[in-house]
Design a binder for this molecule. Structure first.
Ligand code: SF4
Length: 228
């Protein structure tokens, strides 16, 4: 029997300098480009470079996490049935990037504004992937496995369960506010939950590695599966 997850789980502080910049191919994917099928013309190359430089100066990463030892309270049905505890969290890149993107669009710089917005989405996802890896590392230390990271609104977890997730988070929400509609502000924020348990071995259908894009992860127990 390993350590008690809720009493021993801890995460090293996350610093912004540790958050990798999003890969350009991820930004292009969000913009509708398909790898290897579309050529980037010089004007678009220039917009991408401009957007990247702006994005890197506007990222204000923050993360808060909490341990939910009552998974049933999260309104996720059977999704966390095998979890001993669930790590809930919210991560954001802050409001500065989206404000700049909105300003650009309002001033007619549509393409640059949209590309910057896509950089923001990719950066928020990259941040959460990094946080997920920290969670997996800590889970390994405690003899646990991390299941699939999911967010309200996906995989059979209703969007309105955002309220239950934020209730489990308590007052520390990385500066993110939840509106009555279950939408978060700043928009470039991701709320999520990661089930943890001893009962998730490398064959478990819930094992997070199947769904995870973390490159070169030393703890990976299973290849990323496409088309899940
Ligand atoms: S590959 Fe697996 S162990 Fe690594 S971060 Fe992703 S889910 Fe965690």
């Amino acid at each position: 029997m390993g350590a008690s997850p809720d009493s021993n789980f801890s995460l090293e502080p996350l610093r912004l300098s540790e958050i990798p910049a999003p890969a350009e191919r991820e930004v292009l994917r969000l913009l509708g480009y398909r790898e290897g099928t579309m050529r980037l013309e010089a004007p678009m190359r220039s917009v991408l470079d401009d957007a990247r430089a702006r994005a890197l100066s506007l990222l204000r990463g923050a993360v808060d996490l909490a341990i939910c030892s009552n998974p049933a309270s999260l309104g996720a049905g059977e999704l966390f049935a095998r979890a001993e505890v669930v790590l809930v969290g919210v991560a954001t890149i802050g409001a500065a990037l989206e404000e700049e993107a909105e300003r650009l669009v309002a001033n007619g710089a549509w393409t640059l504004g949209l590309v910057l917005d896509a950089y923001g989405s990719a950066a928020a996802e990259r941040l959460v992937i990094e946080v997920n890896a920290r969670i997996c590392k800590e889970a390994e230390r405690l003899g646990l496995r991390a299941g699939r990271r999911i967010s309200p609104g996906y995989a059979g977890w209703p969007l309105l369960a955002q309220h239950a997730l934020f209730a489990a988070l308590g007052p520390a929400t990385a500066g993110v506010q939840l509106l009555e509609s279950a939408i978060m502000t700043p928009r470039k924020s991701v709320s999520f939950a990661v089930p943890l348990g001893r009962d998730l071995d490398s064959e478990s259908p819930e094992l997070g590695c199947r769904f995870c894009d973390m490159p070169n992860c030393e703890y990976r127990r299973r290849p990323r599966e496409e088309n899940l």
